[in-house]
Design a protein around this ligand. Structure first.
Ligand SMILES: CC(C)(COP(=O)(O)OP(=O)(O)OC[C@H]1O[C@@H](n2cnc3c(N)ncnc32)[C@H](O)[C@@H]1OP(=O)(O)O)[C@@H](O)C(=O)NCCC(=O)NCCS
Length: 176
């Protein structure tokens, strides 16, 4: 999905992601990688870093936790991504939570975010998460609906963020 991923990141940039002042993870990635993604070696390097982020023993700055990213694709077409942070920090408990996602602009409103979140919940449970925290801006109706369609229960609103919990089913034991 290399070519399609590069196109999708271009769509995100056209939407304003990655501009100065965009503090999102997706924005930071765009600023750091957009000139290197089109090149095969640069893309491979990015993927290696992404894999590293999922490992507990990868060095990371204080306050950063391991996270695993899954890409949602259709054949060789990249549609979106979803990431699960393996545990919460005090900051993530306020804003950010366990799970973040985005769908490329040209593939929105087709149910991908709802399906992607549903698909990732067993993986989050397998990481040992019993209740997943998801947060979204009060004004982000699409994200709010995505979370509610997946059983999110609203706890409260903090500084413009809605905080939802999804109770996860315990992973099936491999010996059962
Ligand atoms: C939020 C986002 C992931 C939703 O992706 P999506 O694939 O379009 O979502 P879905 O098609 O699964 O739609 C989910 C629900 O939101 C509704 N929805 C989608 N876009 C909407 C919009 N722009 N305005 C209002 N409702 C919208 C859908 O109708 C659907 O509601 P329903 O289940 O009641 O019918 C996507 O808009 C996105 O990537 N936004 C930028 C990044 C972001 O905000 N990530 C979430 C951070 S918490």
């Amino acid at each position: 999905v290399h070519a399609s991923f590069v196109d999708a990141m271009g769509e995100s940039a056209a939407e304003g992601r990655g501009r100065p002042g965009d503090a999102s993870n997706a924005g930071a990635e765009l600023r750091r990688w957009s000139t290197r993604w089109p090149d095969g070696a640069g893309f491979a390097r990015y993927l290696a870093e992404l894999h590293g982020e999922s490992r507990a023993d990868t060095p990371r700055p204080p306050g950063r936790v391991p996270y695993t990213t899954w890409w949602w694709t259709d054949g060789s077409t990249y549609l979106g991504r979803i990431e699960v942070r393996h545990r919460l920090t005090p900051a993530l408990r306020q804003h950010g939570g366990h799970i973040g996602y985005d769908v490329r602009p040209s593939a929105r409103r087709r149910g991908h975010a709802t399906a992607m979140l549903r698909a990732v919940l067993p993986h989050a449970a397998a990481l040992g998460i019993e209740r997943a925290l998801l947060t979204c801006d009060v004004a982000n109706e699409a994200s709010r609906r995505t979370i509610e369609a997946n059983g999110g229960r609203l706890e409260d609103e903090r500084s413009g963020s809605l905080r939802y919990w999804i109770t996860l089913e315990a992973p099936r034991s491999s010996t059962a």
